[in-house]
Design a protein around this ligand. Structure first.
Ligand code: ZN
Length: 243
C-alpha cells in the first residue's frame, strides 16, 4: 500500500510540471498571450476579398496597425498581388484550408489535401499558423496540424461579425472585451453567410476605424507571431465541432 502512495505524488508532479505543458504546446490551441504589454492581435478570416481587403489594408496602414490574415487558398489563388501586399506591409498570413471545410467531419485524406493546397497557394508568404474553419477541431485534425508544423490559433473573443450590426455596436463590442494579449476573431470576407445582410464589410471597416482612432495610442496592434513573442502563450485543449 505504501508503494502506490509514494509513487503517485511524484507522477502527478511530473505531469503538472512537464507532461501537461508539453501536451498543451504540442496539441493545445493558442487563445491569448499572458502579457502586461498593451498588445492585441486582430485576425481576419476567409479573405482575401477584392474590394474590402484593400480598404482594410489602407486603414491598418493609416494607424500603423498590423494584423493576421487566415486566408482561404481558393480566395488567394486569383489575388496574389493582394497576398503579397499583406506580407510586404508586415502583416502575418495563416492557412484557413483551401475551401473552408469542417475539419472534424472531413476524412483525413481530404483534410491533408485542403491543408496542402492552401499551403501551396499561400507560399511563400504564409507563417506556420493555422486556424480551423468555424473553430471546428477534433483530436485527429489537431494531429494533422501538428504534422504540418502549424501553430493552431483560436481566439480570445469575437463580436459575431457574421451577423449584421451597426458600426457603433461592433465598435462597442470590440472595445468591451479588449485587453492586453487578446486575439480577436474578425472577417474581411464571409463565406457561406448565414445572414445575407452581413456580407457587406463596410460597417466593420467603419467600426475598426473608430476603434483604431480611439485606442490606437493605448494599444499596439501586432501580428500573432509578434504577440507570442510579447508574453507567455496560453494554449488550451480545443476540441469541438464547427461553430
Ligand atoms: Zn472561416
Amino acid at each position: 500500500m505504501a508503494h502506490p502512495r509514494s509513487i503517485q505524488p511524484s507522477l502527478s508532479r511530473t505531469f503538472r510540471r512537464w507532461l501537461a505543458p508539453a501536451g498543451r504546446r504540442l496539441l493545445g490551441t493558442l487563445v491569448r498571450v499572458a502579457t502586461t504589454e498593451p498588445v492585441v492581435a486582430l485576425t481576419f478570416d476567409d479573405g482575401p476579398h477584392p474590394l474590402y481587403t484593400p480598404h482594410l489594408l489602407d486603414l491598418l496602414e493609416r494607424y500603423h496597425a498590423r494584423a493576421t490574415f487566415f486566408l482561404l487558398g481558393q480566395h488567394a489563388v486569383g489575388q496574389r498581388d493582394l497576398v503579397a501586399r499583406m506580407a510586404t506591409t508586415g502583416h502575418a498570413i495563416g492557412n484557413h484550408t483551401f475551401t473552408h471545410i469542417r475539419m472534424p467531419q472531413t476524412p483525413r485524406w481530404q483534410r491533408w489535401r485542403e491543408l496542402w493546397l492552401a499551403r501551396r497557394a499561400l507560399a511563400p508568404f504564409a507563417s506556420a499558423l493555422f486556424r480551423p474553419p468555424y473553430g471546428g477541431q477534433s483530436y485527429g485534425s489537431r494531429v494533422d496540424a501538428l504534422l504540418f508544423g502549424y501553430e493552431v490559433v483560436g481566439w480570445s473573443y469575437h463580436i459575431e461579425d457574421w451577423v449584421a450590426q451597426p458600426p457603433d455596436r461592433l465598435a462597442e463590442r470590440l472595445l468591451a472585451q479588449m485587453q492586453p494579449g487578446s486575439i480577436v476573431l474578425l472577417h474581411d470576407r464571409l463565406v457561406n453567410p448565414r445572414d445575407p445582410a452581413a456580407v457587406a464589410r463596410t460597417p466593420l471597416l467603419t467600426a475598426l476605424a473608430q476603434v483604431l482612432a480611439q485606442v490606437g495610442t493605448r494599444y499596439r496592434f501586432v501580428t500573432v507571431p509578434e504577440l507570442i513573442r510579447a508574453g507567455t502563450p496560453v494554449r488550451v485543449p480545443w476540441f469541438r465541432p464547427a461553430l
